[in-house]
Design a protein around this ligand. Structure first.
Ligand code: PLP
Length: 315
């Protein structure tokens, strides 16, 4: 897996009038460029999970996600590369099967199992997981988003890369299932400020979840902060005004974004800067977690317009 990856991912400085006005230096860690398919944090989170599954002799992996899941998409491809099977437990109805994300996942050999929303809610439930394990004893179960202790190990390596690439004060990342921010906290060794922007509503529970992921990694660092008020209406929800702000930023900086994760993080960053959150001279690293494949699904659903976004090449 490592031989086909673009590591360390590049760090680029970006310019924006607001950064200049507040005397801030801003860099982007381009994890979206790690791999054309398995992009960003999903590559880092899956790396040790697949190594672990293979070394213990599992025939495949099983994991969970929504109908447009970046995680299932990445898992399908990575498992094909590693020559192990993958099962995707998909939240919702069979009709998702024909969208771009899941069509590709199937082409890469993933078996899809559609489960209703009520069952999907059980994805962390011990009894439900034990049943699944009994049903698929030769498949290693990876939680939704890939966020487990093995993911922290993979993500923490980005801190070593960054330390040799650039000097900075704060790193900012979007937060979904929290494996990424937890991996950064674990890898940072209390050197920088770490800011997370939750992209879903009512995400206060993530504070505890991050603590427990960190404990599994024997880490009790406190140098992080999770913002739960920048979800913009909820997961994968956004208003026209927010979309146009994201596109404007993309055009200005030539940084490709998508509106579910990186777009929301950028809007949060701009708001924090306007509020004077960062002192003059501060150096910020934006983590680009990838996920640009999701743009295709949003276009299919007519939630965004194809000509307004910097689209990745079709795979
Ligand atoms: C999955 C994902 C995230 C969220 O990462 P977590 O580790 O689940 O918090 C952020 N950005 C992108 C592009 C993603 O696909």
């Amino acid at each position: 897996m490592k031989s086909s990856a673009n590591l360390p991912s590049p760090v680029q400085a970006i310019e924006h009038p607001l950064f200049t006005k507040h005397k801030l230096t801003v860099y982007v860690k381009r994890d979206d460029l790690i791999h054309p398919v398995v992009s960003g944090n999903k590559w880092r989170k899956l790396y040790y999970n697949l190594q672990h599954a293979k070394s213990l002799g599992y025939r495949g992996t099983l994991s969970f996600g929504g109908g447009y899941s970046n995680h299932l998409h990445a898992l399908a491809y990575a498992c094909q590369q590693q020559q192990i099977h993958a099962i995707g437990m998909v939240r919702g109805e069979q009709h998702y099967e024909t969208n771009t994300t899941l069509t590709q996942a199937k082409q890469w050999g993933m078996t899809l199992d559609f489960i209703d929303r009520k069952t999907y809610k059980l994805r962390h439930d011990e009894t439900y997981l034990a049943d699944l394990k009994a049903r698929y004893p030769d498949h290693f179960i990876i939680p939704e988003g890939g966020s487990n202790s093995l993911a922290l190990k993979g993500v923490s390596e980005l801190c070593d890369e960054l330390n040799s690439q650039v000097e900075f004060d704060t790193i900012i990342t979007p937060v979904g299932s929290a494996g990424t921010i937890s991996g950064i906290i674990a890898g940072d060794k209390q050197q920088h400020n770490i800011l997370g922007i939750a992209v879903l509503k009512q995400a206060e529970y993530l504070h505890e979840h991050i603590q427990s992921l960190l404990q599994s990694h024997h880490c009790n660092a406190q140098n992080w902060q999770l913002f739960t008020n920048f979800h913009g209406g909820g997961y994968a929800k956004f208003c026209a005004e927010d979309l146009s702000k994201m596109c404007e930023f993309s055009q200005l900086t030539q940084l490709p974004l998508e509106p579910i994760y990186s777009g929301k993080m950028i809007l949060a960053l701009l708001t924090l800067i306007e509020q004077g959150f960062f002192p003059a001279g501060h150096r910020i690293v934006i983590l680009h977690t990838g996920g640009l494949q999701g743009l295709h699904g949003l276009i299919e659903q007519k939630k965004i317009k194809a000509d307004e976004w910097l689209l990745p090449p079709a795979t």
